[in-house]
Design a protein around this ligand. Sequence first.
Ligand code: TRP
Length: 484
Amino acid sequence: MNINLWRRALARLHIFTKYLRMANNNSGFSSSFGAIMAAAGSAIGLGNIWRFPYICGKYGGGAAIIVYLLFVFLIGMVLLMSEFVIGRRTGHTPMKAYEELRPKHRNWRYVGLLGLITSFLILCIYFVISGWTLNYFWESVSGTLASIADGDFATHFAAFASSPVAPVVCLVIFAALTLVIILGGVQNGIEKVSKILMPILLVLVVLLCVRSLTLPGASKGLAYLFSPDFSQLTTEGVLAILGQSLFSLSVGMGVMIVYGSYLPKNDGIFKSAMWITVCDTAIAILAGVAIFPAVFASGQDPAGGPSLVFNVLPVVFNSMGQVGSMVFGGAFFLLLAVAALTSAISLLEALTAWGAEYGKKRSTSAILLSIILAALAVVAAYSYEGGLLNGFKPAGMSLFDWLDTLTGSYLPPICALLTIIFFGWFMKKEEIHDELSNHGVMKVAGFKVFYYFLVRFVAPVALIVCLVAPLIPAIKELIASIIS
Ligand code: TRP
C-alpha cells in the first residue's frame, strides 16, 4: 500500500489518541466565567424555552412570574448552592461525596445514586427530544417547513416522530455531538464549548425577541405573558411553578454536585449561584417574549402547551414568508438545539465522572455510556405515539410517557428533598460556612438566615408539600372508602 496513505492514517490515529488523552485529563474549570457559562448551560435547556413560557401563560401570567421568581431565588438557588458546597468541599461525584462527608452514615450515598439514575433517565429522553429539534432545524433552513400548509403541521410532526428512521438518525447525531464534546475534557470540551455557545444562545433569543416584538399585534402576546391574573393561580399552578423552578436550575440530581467539584477554589459560591440563577431566569423570560407576541400575531392558540414548539411555532414562522421561515425558524430551532446540547453535556459529564471515579477511564466511561444511552433512547423514541413499540404499555403508559413522568414530576423533587435534608440537618453549620466563605476569606452576610430559615425549614417544607399535594385527592378517596 502507498506509504503516504499509511503515514496519514497514523497521523490521524495520533490526533485521535491525543484527543482521548485530553478526555482523561480532568482538572476542573479554569475560570469563573467558564464555570458560570458551563453551569448556566446546564440550567438553560428545553425547559426554559418551551415549558416556562407556557406554564406562565397558563397560570396567570405576571402572577405566575412573581411566584416563580420567589421560588427560584429562595428555593432553587438554595439547592444550587448546597449542591455546589457538597461538590466543591469533597471534589467528588455524588455517591462518593455523600460517603466522604458522612462516613458513619454510608446510606446517604444512595441519594447520590438515585440522582445519577435520574440523570441517566433524563438524558435518554433528552436525546430523543433534542434529536427532534435537530430535524426541525434542518427542515427550517432547507425550506421544507416553509412548503407545508398551516393546517398540516400536527400531522407532519406525528409522521416524523413515529417514523422508524429519521428520529433515530437525529438522536444518534445529537448523542455523538455530546460525546465528542465530553471527550474533549472538562476544560477543552465543556468549558470552551459553553463559552462559545451560551453567548450565541443569548444573541439568538434577543434576535427572536426583536422580530417578535415588531410584529403587528405583539402587545396582546406581552399582555398574555405579563399581566397578572391571580384568579388563574391555582394550587396546582403553584406546584407546577415550584417544580419548574427546580427543573430549570437542574438541581436535585447531583449534576450540580459534579459541576461544583470543578468550581475554582477561590470563586464565591453565592456569587456564582446568583449569576447562574439570573441568567437562567432571564433566558426563560426572554423566551416568553420571543414566543407569545408571535403566536398572537399569527392568530395561533397560546395554550398549545407542549406541542407549541413543533406544531404551532412553524405556522408562526411561515407567516413571515419563505425567507422569514427559513431564517427565524432556523434561528429558533438552532436556539433549542444549542440549549439542549449544553444541558445534555452536563448530564453525560456527571455520569462519565461517576464512571471515572469507580475505576473506568473517562474516555471509556463516556463512550460506553453514550452507546447504552443512545440504544435506550432509540427504544424510547420507538415507544412514542404511533411508533413501532407504542403498543407496549406497562401499567397503561408507553415507555416514553413513563420516562417523561418519572423524570419530570417525581424523581427530581424526591432527590432535591433528600439533598436539602442532608445539607441542612446532617452537615455541620461550620462546614457549610467554611465552604461558602472560602475558608474564612470572604464575608458571607446573611449566612445564618440562609442556613436556619431557608435550608432547614422553607426548602424542605416546600418540597414535601410539592410531593404530597398531588396525592391528596387519592388519599381522601382512600380514607372515604375505608370509612364507608
Ligand atoms: N434545566 C434543564 C432545562 O431547563 C433541564 C434539566 C433538569 C437538566 N435537570 C437537569 C439539565 C440536569 C441538565 C442536567 O431544560
